[in-house]
Design a protein around this ligand. Structure first.
Ligand SMILES: [Ca+2]
Length: 96
């Protein structure tokens, strides 16, 4: 029996020295890519505007990709100003 549902779960902590409340200077893209690295979907984009109080759990329904070989890809970009950090922990992909 093939999986009916697929869920990506991760814990994320975002900290930043940026003081802006409007400009996204550092970004984290959570992406699903195919085997060749082509982006199939960007699930979410976080930035310095999304600072967290410690680690928070995020979950994403990735059922649409079941049956495919995919990569879970984390792309982070940062400008050369004040630091922003994106820390990831306990990344899991669950099927049921
Ligand atoms: Ca920065």
């Amino acid at each position: 029996m093939s999986a009916q549902q697929a869920t990506l779960s991760l814990w994320l902590s975002i900290a930043t020295e940026e003081t802006t409340t409007t400009n996204a200077y550092g970004k984290l893209y959570v992406q699903i890519r195919d085997q060749n690295g082509a982006v199939l979907k960007t699930l979410v984009t976080y930035s310095n505007l999304d600072e967290t109080a410690g680690y928070v759990q995020k979950t994403f329904d990735v059922s649409v990709f079941r049956g495919q070989n995919i990569q879970v890809f984390f792309r982070m970009v940062e400008d050369n100003g004040k630091a922003t950090s994106f820390k990831l922990d306990d990344v899991t992909l669950t099927t049921q």
